[in-house]
Design a protein around this ligand. Sequence first.
Ligand code: PHB
Length: 391
Amino acid sequence: MTLRTVVRSALTLGLFGLTAFAAQAQETIKVGVIAAFSGPFADYGKQMEGGIKAYMKQHGDTVAGKKIELVIKDTTGPSPEIAKRLAQELVVRDKVDILAGFGLTPEALAVAPIAEQAKKPMIVMNAATSIITTKSNYIARVSMTLPQISGPMATWAVKNNIKRVVTLVADYGPGIDAETAFKTNLLGGGGQVIESIRVPLRNPEFAPFVQRIKDAKPEAVFVFVPAGEQGVAFMKSYRERGLAEAGIRVIATGDLTDDHVLPAMGDATLGVITSFHYSAAHDSPENKTFLKNFAAANPNGGRPNFMAVAAYDGMHAIYEVARKLNGKIDGDRAMAVLKGMKIPSPRGPLTIDAQTRDAVQTVYIRKVEKVNGELYNVEFDKFENMKDTGK
Ligand code: PHB
């Protein structure tokens, strides 16, 4: 072999290797999932992954001839720096086609500039501060916003003669949004917010705040805390300090009585009224199918909550994009497909608003009741076609 043939065959091999690699790369659509899978918000990532798995169990892992490949990353909590670094790695090293996940607002806000710069579609499966979708044209949100959910709660309250209210919210984006929208509609209906309390996002100690609520003697307390353990802790203080006996009712966004933790929250939650876009008790064929597939794909997953549903719907959106684009994901073309998309969600009708890229959906009023011996959020009233009102 002359040196020339050696060089030539090496080149051929190299080229062949590259072509083979390119062909292989085109056979998958990579979805980078960024969420908390450890720490106090670990449940967010697990619920989202559970919803994604449920969708893939039902519809298979291949769409438009491409295999859907998930690359899952743990932010460990509301850590914007970590979320940003993970997104950079996913885009630059893993070459993902789509970014998804985002349980917490600080994670979504930190990643928005990366989606914008890299022109990667970013599917927000929970983070619910109104402003998030304005931070990049590549964001589509399939979850909710706190103004969208909280306004109807106040409208319902004043109509039902609850007029003097104390608000208690987590002191960050979604909490401020909830407080503002609730207050606007309560005042608009002739009600009054007599005190507004904000509690820290991390490890709030509820007892002193709950005592302040009791001392203010409102007809009800309106609550937004991020889903999970904080709801359990708030309800524990509410019970221990005797607020129910003092005649103070709880009205809240459904984050408080999150379906995943509700079964363990106890009878103190009976009668709690919440507004929300999803209940595991929602009566529809789509929800039955979802619950069945969630259970099959997540044998120890417990009851799915709204984050699992948003992830399931987010996967529907991704599969739809892949089908419409024949498996070749391009950021701008993907966004054109997402805008105005209608999704047959387990929650009820869902549209991605063509202008704002936010979820347009029904907001239900629900009451915690026992159904076959288990606590559920039972829907009894609704506000249809609700958009975000926070921008
Ligand atoms: C958020 O950080 O945007 C967030 C987190 C948990 C919720 C709702 C919103 O339950």
